[in-house]
Design a protein around this ligand. Sequence first.
Ligand code: C2E
Ligand code: MG
Ligand code: MG
Ligand code: MG
Length: 278
Amino acid sequence: AAKKDGRGRAKTFSRSMLIVLEQREMLRRSLRTALQDKQFSIEYQPLVEPPFSIVGFEALVRWHHPLVGTIPPNVFIPMAEADGLMNEIGQWVLEEACRQAATWPSHFTVAVNLSPAEFLREGLTDRIAQAIDMAGLRADRLELEVTESVLLERTTNNLDTLNTLNVLGIQISLDDFGTFYSSLSYLKNFPFDTIKIDRYFIKDLESDEKSQTIVRSIIALAHGLGMRVTAEGVETIGQAVWLRKEGCDRLQGYFLGMPMPADAIGAYLRRSSAMATL
Ligand code: C2E
Ligand code: MG
Ligand code: MG
Ligand code: MG
């Protein structure tokens, strides 16, 4: 793999670059059989109403590669999308998360992320309706998280899809708010129940007045539009206290609870109900 640079010299890939490319190719190949080899799992991260009331969990997919170890979704989801594998993986996550949530106390919700490709694929509302039906999960216990990027294309269809989900009683959250286009027209036109403020604005909340101003404004904006607001990436007690004081409805982040496997939820719930009585 040699390429001439501007001055006519042959430029070769460095060895480490080659290794990175080979690793990516290796990963892409093994992604194809990962589902049938049962290499995916889901971790659940608590969503908390301040101060200590757990309202549900967000499902976060994990890929446990037999040689490489656990690979984060930000790495493998783009690969899966490029190879047309994300639909199948997403369908598995949806069904598994609904099945899991059906075993929880009935006031807990489960939030499932949908990538743009999953959201835009034909038949989404049917697949969702079928998944909650199969699991025996009440529609209002499922939340779907989408990012603004899904709203950029095919706008009328997107609106139809969101409206249908809304009519079914499913909750819809706008994830990572503030990082993308953040066009306010989305908020005007699409029926979101919740806005999730990206952790980019939360991480320096205690020291940065600009972040404070932005977060305060997003909370006011959401509430003015009748939407709930969740802060992502809450890592410190200082952030949690500030957000509670400013009226943020829900908190999510390592301070409230790390993502955990399904079988750790019981112990987490017992621990946190003990904490709440302190
Ligand atoms: P997201 O939906 O915004 O999820 C929140 C991410 O922030 C998760 O990363 C979570 O582990 C991480 N996080 C939570 N609390 C904290 C905190 O206090 N500090 C910091 N630094 N990070 C925190 P994760 O699990 O690596 O997922 C990354 C992204 O991958 C997700 O972002 C979501 O967009 C996507 N994703 C995860 N699971 C799925 C899935 O099943 N389907 C689809 N389509 N996308 C998924
Ligand atoms: Mg999310
Ligand atoms: Mg997010
Ligand atoms: Mg985020």
